[in-house]
Write a protein that binds this ligand. Structure first.
Ligand code: SF4
Ligand code: FES
Length: 379
């Protein structure tokens, strides 16, 4: 029997004032005209709660770009869901935050691109860092759980210690040090973002030290890039096992990136109840369980732990979504990951002249930008 999902990732819009080079949104985004309207999201939150979902993560794009965010928080809260707002903070005044907390917001996750203003603005492609720092102080005045999220990669790992100290003085309950994950825009920019093994090892050491030092005060979680792991991650806790993601237009996916897999059809909450999509839709059944697994996964004792790794990564790197995740050292295609590691080792840890593609807003083509205008080097 299929267990209940536990969490709903609600991508309520793809619109965003930032242009982060590692954004997990798909390259083809949806415009405001196709977004689910307020009443549709309200119905979905009640369906989610009836299905056994406990948490809703309101994300985007930038969820604050929706004028009806307060109504959405109120609806999710009244359905009995724990509500988490994942945000850059752009569009959040003290008054708006107060109204969201009144509406039942339980948790806020504020993301930072760097501890240094110029570097942060360079990575975001927008001058937003100073506002976020001021906002963190405002958030502390409310009785709400607070996570600071720092995304790390080859261009900022050289000052991770300083980044941890920066996050510490923002006084969050929790700090998340998340290595960029190579899907969407981050995959497009992988050559400049993928850290070296030396950087990763140094990162794990610094995080371990900070966890000890801040124990009992700030919880620190670290999300590592699985390109350096021996075995893959159980992506999303396994395909169709605990998480549903609804994109701005109402299609329901098992993960952020599943749209890249050819031939998949994602049913919409406009046409089907969430429960049917979870239990019966072809997309959620496609890689659920073990039936789809090839060798060596099929007879591997680790298959119940990592569930064969990430289907989207398998497709993106091998053109076959059913292949063993190439991150796995037992995969016949693991040489693809080894050659990426070799290329990274021979490159500089932090480049002087970085050229990357900024994430653009829906309906506009991604464009290649050569930097500066915003230089990372001068502070
Ligand atoms: Fe996991 Fe498959 Fe590798 Fe075994 S062979 S560790 S199940 S990815
Ligand atoms: Fe889709 Fe991992 S991101 S299964």
């Amino acid at each position: 029997m299929t267990p209940n999902p536990l969490a709903l990732i609600a991508e309520i819009t793809h619109r965003c004032p930032l242009h982060c080079v590692y954004c997990s949104n798909p390259l083809q985004m949806m415009g405001a005209e196709s977004e689910l309207v307020t009443q549709e999201w309200i119905r979905v939150f009640h369906e989610a709660a009836r299905l056994g979902i406990l948490h809703v993560h309101l994300t985007g794009g930038e969820p604050l770009a929706r004028a009806d965010l307060k109504e959405l928080v109120e609806a999710a809260h009244s359905a009995g869901l724990y509500t988490n707002l994942i945000t850059s903070g752009i569009g959040l005044s003290e008054a708006r935050l107060a109204s969201l907390v009144d509406a039942g917001l339980d948790h806020i996750q504020l993301s930072f691109q760097d501890s240094r203003e110029q570097g942060a603005n360079w990575i975001a492609g927008a001058k937003t860092h100073a506002h976020k720092v001021a906002l963190a102080e405002t958030i502390r005045r409310f009785r709400i759980a607070f996570t600071v999220n720092l995304v790390v990669h080859r261009q900022n790992l050289d000052h991770l210690e300083e980044m941890i100290a920066f996050a510490e003085q923002l006084r969050p309950d929790r700090m998340e040090i998340a290595h960029a994950q190579y899907y969407g825009w981050a995959l497009k920019n992988r050559d400049t973002l993928l850290p070296t093994r030396r950087q990763l090892e140094n990162c794990l050491r610094l995080v371990g030290e900070a966890q000890k030092r801040l124990s009992g005060r700030i919880r620190i979680d670290c999300v590592v890039p699985d390109y350096y792991a021996r075995y893959p991650k159980a992506c999303m806790g396994g395909w169709g096992r605990s998480i549903m993601l609804i994109n701005p237009g109402g299609e329901v996916l098992p993960c952020h990136a599943a749209g890249v897999i050819p031939g998949m059809r994602f049913d919409s909450v406009r046409e089907h109840p969430l429960e049917w999509i979870w239990t019966d839709s072809a997309a959620f059944q496609r890689f659920r369980g073990e039936q789809w697994m090839p060798e060596p996964c099929r007879s591997c004792e680790r298959r119940t732990e990592d569930l064969g790794g990430c289907r989207c990564q398998a497709f993106l790197l091998t053109d076959d979504a059913s292949a063993t995740d190439p991150v796995c050292t037992l995969a016949p295609t693991h040489h693809l990951i080894e050659s990426l590691q070799l290329e990274t080792r021979s490159g500089e840890e932090r480049s002087e002249d970085v050229s990357w593609t900024y994430r653009l807003n829906p309906t506009r083509e991604g464009r290649h930008v050569t930097l500066p205008p915003l230089s990372p080097r001068s502070n």
